[in-house]
Ligand binder design. Structure first.
Ligand code: URA
Length: 187
């Protein structure tokens, strides 16, 4: 059975599968176009996202919005979500157990969305979706497959805020993403 995005969002908001449910303000299921051809997947909500219930609304989110605009997308054109739907305290890294509890929601969202392209932002998204331990610096810059769907990995916008010299590489990755998107629309 394929659950709808709305049903999944309700389940996520009521989820108590892991201890992050005790510390979250709001769960953050995802936002955007339910018919999006491109889905963007980050790591986990931060402080602003936890307060607002929407992914990528803080500083890293503002940079993501600009990156998307640079290749001609509004936030409403795509669907944006995270590996974890609840904020880890003090924005620490997701724990394996938390990823294990939360991952089924993401896979179910992707079954509902049936995107043509996926973009994984940062180590946790790329490694979780591709089931690999390889570093993001090795994974970025090329297409992989998530199930049947082409997946491009790139650096996380929060990493770019700390390492602005890496923006050039993300720019190259985004050009690849846009080119593949345009190709897919032609077929
Ligand atoms: N970083 C993420 O990975 N996701 C968000 O939603 C916000 C910051």
């Amino acid at each position: 059975m394929i659950e709808t995005l709305e049903t999944l969002a309700e389940k996520i908001k009521g989820c108590t599968k892991c201890e992050l449910s005790h510390t979250r303000t709001r769960a953050v299921p995802g936002v955007g176009n339910p018919h999006a051809k491109l889905v963007i997947i980050g790591e986990a909500p931060g402080r602003d996202e936890d307060l607002q219930g929407e992914p990528f609304v803080g500083a890293a989110g503002q940079l993501l919005t600009k990156i998307l605009a640079a290749i001609g997308f509004d936030r409403d054109d795509v669907f944006i979500t995270n590996i974890l739907k609840c904020r880890p305290p003090n924005n620490r890294n997701p724990l394996p157990h938390e990823i294990e509890c939360c991952e089924p929601y993401l896979h179910a969202q992707l079954r509902a969305l049936r995107p043509d392209l996926v973009c994984a932002l940062g180590t946790f998204a790329a490694q979780t979706l591709l089931r690999t331990d390889e570093k993001i610096s090795k994974l970025r810059g090329r297409f992989h497959q998530y199930q049947e769907v082409p997946l491009l990995a790139t650096f996380h916008p929060a990493y770019l805020l700390r390492n602005p010299n890496m923006k050039r590489l993300v720019w190259e990755d985004m050009q690849m993403l846009r080119a593949r998107y345009d190709e897919l629309l032609l077929t």
